[in-house]
Structure formats: C-alpha cells, structure tokens
Design a protein around this ligand. Structure first.
Ligand code: FAD
Length: 326
C-alpha cells in the first residue's frame, strides 16, 4: 500500500505517526523548509522566534494522554503564566498553556523523527489515474503513484488542489473560513518595564503580545516580544510590506505600554491562513472521497489539538479500510 501525506504540520505528522505505529509506511511531503507548518519557529540572528502558534491547550482525554507522553519525552512544558486582558490588566481565562521546548518547532521535529518526510516539495497536482493517485510537484515532476492520499494543507490551499480531481470535496472544503495574521518578533535593546508576561489587547490593531523570555527554557534569549495583529487588521493590511507592518505594530505596542520600546530588530511574518474562523466541525474529524482524505485544524476546531485529532482520525479510518480490503 502506497500512501502519501501532503503537509507535515501537526495533522499530517499525527496521521503519519498513527499509520507508522500500525506498520504502514507513508511518504510525507511539505513545501516548507522543515516540518511544523503553523507551529514552526523563525530562525533569526537572535535565535529562533516562535511567530506562529504561541502555545496550545489540551482539553480531551486522547490529546491529554498524548501531551503526557510528549511531556515525559521532554518535548513540551507548561508555560506557567496568566496572560492579562489589556489595557485593563484583568487575568485572562485560566487554563494550562503548553509550549514545546526550547522552541515550538521542536514538537514537529520530534513527531517527524523516523518518518519519511520530504521538505521543500510543493505538491501542485493530484490526479486520479487508473491505478491510483498521481502526485506532481510544482516543476511538473511526478512524485509517484499512491493508493491513498491524505491532504492536510490549510483549507484554501486544499481547495485549489482538489478543484479539478474532486470538485465535490473541494466544495465541502470551501465551507471552512480561515483568517490571516501578521506576526512581529521585536528584539529589544533592554527589558521593558511592564508587569505582565503576555496579554490579549482588547482594542486596536493587536490581539496578542508576549514576552518570549517568559516561556520555559527561553530565559537566556535576548529580550524578545512577539506581537500578533488582530484578524481584522491583518485582513485589511494583508498586502502591506513587512517593514511597514513591523513599524505600525511596534507603534501600536508602544501605545499599549505607554513606553517606547528600544527595538534592535523587528521581524514581520505574514500568515495568510493562520486561524480558522469557521471550522467545519466535521463529526468524523476528517473528510473523505474514495481514497482521498482531508484533515487539519479547519476540519475540527482550529487548534493544535484539533489538528492532531483530525490527522489521527483520518489515519485510523484509512487503517480500517485497509483491514476491510485484506
Ligand atoms: C499566529 C498563529 C497563532 C496561533 N495560535 C494558536 C493557539 O494559541 N493555540 C492553538 O492551539 N493553535 C494556534 N494556532 C493554530 C495552530 O497553529 C494550528 O491549528 C495547527 O498548527 C494546524 O496544524 P495543521 O497540520 O492542521 O496545519 P498546518 O500547520 O498549516 O500544516 C499544513 C502543512 O501543509 C503544507 N502544505 C500546504 N500546501 C502544500 C502543498 N501544496 N504541498 C506540500 N505541502 C503543503 C504547509 O507547508 C504546512 O506545513 C495559531 C496559528 C497561528 C499562525
């Protein structure tokens, strides 16, 4: 059985691990420079900065069990802070927030260990042929023929790959709504004089600010703050140049603090599809059409936990089909 997984984010890796634990070999393709998708960390002259998901939570028993295994392996740690709602400084929702150590991308790296993951490969075509699915990368080279394909790209990217071979599935995928996010990493000359480590600004362009050094195993880093723009601001300014975004969001941060941060470097990153505004909340946790499966956070609930559950659910369904056909 030849199985391809498109996407080495949490969903794709969770699916690949599930299949591998049943001794089913898979090939994973990702267009990024490394595995992790929206949990990757950006390498800079000042070390890695987590510009994607800043943390994740674990609500359901299956994911809590997985989290316990990752904690046991030393891959994740709790981030013991209580973010505040700004500018009022009221404590935000009390919940256990988890981070990978020493950087977010360590989680995907751990999950990808031992798997057959090809990075830097963008799948640009999926075609159904007589003997299976044929995948092609963006230069037109064939990646091979597969009996089943699991697609875990963000919804709009999945939709465009599916438009020709599976218009019905593409129409279902189109129901999921994703939002962009501009993120900025601010490297500072000296620490800020503030009494919170992370906060959710309730108005203005920003929706999240956090001190990187407050995260476990990051204390030795230079003084770095990470800012996320709100979905509305990001959407309105999605085509802005990175420099312009960095300077506007730094100004918004200074207004919030009533202090001007001494910035050594500001690194802006645009996530075109960051969070899911309207996930499909598909009861099975994945979508299916013959031997083609779609999984990802947008199929479930728009979080790391949902991505992990979705990938696993699709892989388990695939295993059931394999058993039935034996
Ligand atoms: C700024 C930001 C803040 C967030 N905050 C939180 C939070 O606080 N808590 C939380 O739980 N979650 C948060 N998230 C969401 C979380 O990161 C996602 O839910 C989760 O990482 C999604 O995993 P995934 O595998 O479904 O998708 P992704 O991580 O997007 O993985 C999909 C992968 O597919 C690859 N890909 C796409 N198209 C192709 C192609 N054609 N060929 C090959 N590869 C392809 C991509 O490169 C990517 O690696 C945040 C995300 C962002 C960006």
């Amino acid at each position: 059985m030849r199985i391809a997984i498109i996407g080495a984010g949490i969903a794709g890796l969770s699916a690949a691990q599930t299949l591998r634990s049943a001794d089913v070999e898979v090939t994973v393709y990702d267009k990024g420079r490394g595995p992790g998708g929206r949990t990757v960390s950006k390498r800079t002259d000042h070390g890695s900065i987590d510009l994607g998901a800043p943390y994740f939570t674990a609500r359901e028993a299956d994911f809590r069990d997985q989290v316990a295994r990752w904690a046991h392996a030393g891959v994740i740690e709790p981030w013991s802070i209580t973010p505040v709602v700004l500018p009022e400084r009221q404590p935000a929702r009390d919940q256990a927030r988890l981070v990978a150590v020493p950087r977010m991308s360590a989680l995907a790296k751990h999950m990808a260990d031992g798997l057959n993951v090809h990075v830097g490969v963008q799948v640009s075509e999926i075609n159904r042929e007589l003997t299976g699915w044929v995948l092609r990368e963006r230069h037109g080279e064939t990646l091979g023929e597969f009996d089943a394909v699991l697609l875990t790209a963000p919804a709009p990217q999945a939709q465009s790959l599916l438009a020709e071979p599976c218009p019905g599935l593409a129409a279902q995928v189109a129901q999921a709504r994703m939002q962009p996010c501009w993120a900025v990493g601010l490297v500072l000359e000296r620490p800020l004089n503030v009494d919170f480590a992370a906060g959710f600004p309730s108005r203005g362009p920003l929706s999240w600010v956090a001190h990187a050094g407050s995260r476990p195993q990051r204390a030795q880093w230079p003084d770095i703050w990470v800012l996320h723009a709100s979905a509305a601001w990001s959407e309105a300014n999605i085509e802005w140049a990175a420099d312009q975004v960095a300077s506007e969001l730094t100004e918004a941060f200074a207004d919030l603090l009533r202090e001007t941060p001494a910035v050594t470097q500001a690194i802006a990153h645009r996530w075109r599809f960051a969070r899911t505004r309207e996930p499909l909340a598909a009861p099975a946790g994945f979508l299916e059409h013959e031997d083609l499966y779609c999984a990802g956070d947008w199929v479930t609930d728009g979080r790391v936990e949902g991505a992990w559950q979705s990938g696993r659910a699709a892989a388990m369904r695939l295993l059931t089909r394999l058993d039935d056909s034996r």
